[in-house]
Design a protein around this ligand. Structure first.
Ligand code: MTE
Ligand code: MO
Length: 417
């Protein structure tokens, strides 16, 4: 008696006749298919940043240390795919997350909220699940919208938030998957989509309203509304990868926008002005230093242009999800390693003339230096690099996160193993 009155609180207040275990299970199934992809690609992005060099953020993750391996250089579009999926799918699933929350809302108003220990544990996992996903969406969207808006590091917050969410997600799936599968078997999605039905689901679930109101939309209409929301977000997001006209619709990713279509008119994350780069430091006096132990070899731009040039079509793929493929020409990094006299290459530290800024240095793995398409690029699409794209010289390496393609390179230190 007590328990049923308690349940009825939520059931009385929320009166939509569409709520019920089946509707919740449909949204749950979509999220169960999509969210693992967002989780795995997110963790892969952490690994791609090179935690073995201490340059993934946060650097120290204690016992949450992920398996570390050399991020591949083939296929060249690998990070473009994984990070495009992470950001793209993360955005597209947002309407489904909201719909799922809407569908289970009566459960949040059950009183007393905790009736047993099992109940308490489930509630705790729900806090991690719901709090975690909302936190990840909010921090993710703010990061692709703005530069450093946070008082804390976006990466650190997003990484720890991810683990809170993963813990909630895994326990929720373990608890609810059997019920979800059973419920979905009970009613065919095709049939629901064919009918204009609005009548309530049957059963004793506390998601089903005891005092239902008149429906304002059919069940298939509700599904279409949520699906339409996801498609709408997909249209708003696709341009981050496709470029062209759709790029202008990618309003959630304004920082990956490009203007015009000349050889250098493509996305710029950090402009030369923002990085404090001027014509003097990049002018005739600019030199590139190659370091190998105690020896230093110096090149000016003319000397670099006299070396054998190699051209490759490679993407820049930012952690923010946007990417663009351009045709780069310059000196293969492995030729520079040879010029520096390095024997058994382990890694290379690239430094920019940029004095401040979190991305003025990057460590490259040996496979990233030795790949034949890995370049110190001097030109792009047949023209000299523009100042914003890293003139006099920048790094471009297949499949590497955009952030490590250092612009305005000043020095490369080759390290042997
Ligand atoms: N020196 C320096 N290089 C840098 C950056 C930077 O802030 N400073 N930003 C990186 C980031 S985050 C990306 S995504 C790419 C973008 O390259 P683009 O501006 O040529 O498109 O440059 C990378 N190289
Ligand atoms: Mo980036």
């Amino acid at each position: 008696m007590e328990a049923s009155r308690a349940r009825a609180r939520g059931q009385l207040r929320f009166r939509s006749p569409l709520r019920g275990p089946w509707l919740t299970s449909v949204f749950g199934a979509v999220l169960l298919a999509g969210l693992p992809i967002v989780i795995v690609t997110g963790l892969l992005s952490y690994i791609a940043y090179g935690p073995q060099f201490g340059q993934a953020m946060p650097a120290d993750v204690g016992w949450l240390r992920l398996p570390q391996f050399d991020w591949p250089t083939d296929p060249a579009w690998l990070y473009r795919l994984t990070q495009g999926l992470h950001v793209g799918l993360g955005l597209v699933l947002f309407p489904i997350v909201l719909a799922k929350l809407w569908s289970v809302i009566p459960r949040l108003f059950v009183t007393p909220p905790i009736q047993s220990i099992a109940d308490a544990l489930e509630r705790l996992s729900l806090i991690a699940l719901v709090g975690g996903i909302l936190f990840e969406i909010v921090t993710g969207v703010l990061n692709i919208q703005y530069d450093y808006l946070f008082g804390f590091s976006f990466y650190t917050a997003h990484y720890w938030g991810a683990w809170v969410f993963i813990a909630g997600f895994v326990s929720h799936v373990a608890l609810k998957a059997p019920l979800m599968i059973r419920t979905l078997r009970g009613r065919s999605l095709i049939q629901v989509l064919q009918d204009k039905q609005t009548e309530q689901e049957v059963g004793d679930s506390d998601l089903i309203a005891v005092d239902p109101a008149e429906p304002t939309i059919s069940r298939r209409g509700a599904l279409a509304l949520v699906g339409g929301g996801a498609v709408f977000l997909a249209v708003l997001t696709a341009g981050q990868t496709t470029g062209g006209v759709l790029r202008h619709a990618a309003i959630l990713l304004p920082r990956g926008r490009s203007y015009g279509d000349g050889p250098n008119d493509f996305q710029i994350n950090r402009t030369a002005v923002a990085a404090g780069i001027d014509d003097v430091s990049t002018g005739a006096d600019w030199t590139l230093e190659l370091l190998n132990g105690d020896t230093t070899v110096t090149f000016d731009r003319a000397a670099l242009l006299l070396m054998e040039q190699h051209t490759a079509e490679l993407p820049i793929a930012c952690v923010e999800g946007w990417s663009t493929v351009q045709t780069w020409t310059g000196v293969p990094l492995r030729d520079l390693a040879r010029a520096a006299g390095i024997g058994d290459l382990d890694s290379a530290l690239v430094s920019s003339i940029e004095e401040n800024g979190p991305f003025r240095q990057a460590v490259l793995q040996s496979n990233q230096v030795l790949h034949p398409d890995s370049l110190l690029a001097l030109r792009v699409n047949g023209a000299d690099l523009s100042l914003d794209h890293g003139y006099p010289a920048r790094i471009i390496v297949p499949a590497m996160p955009g952030v490590h393609n250092t612009k305005w390179v000043a020095a490369i230190e080759f390290r042997s193993s």
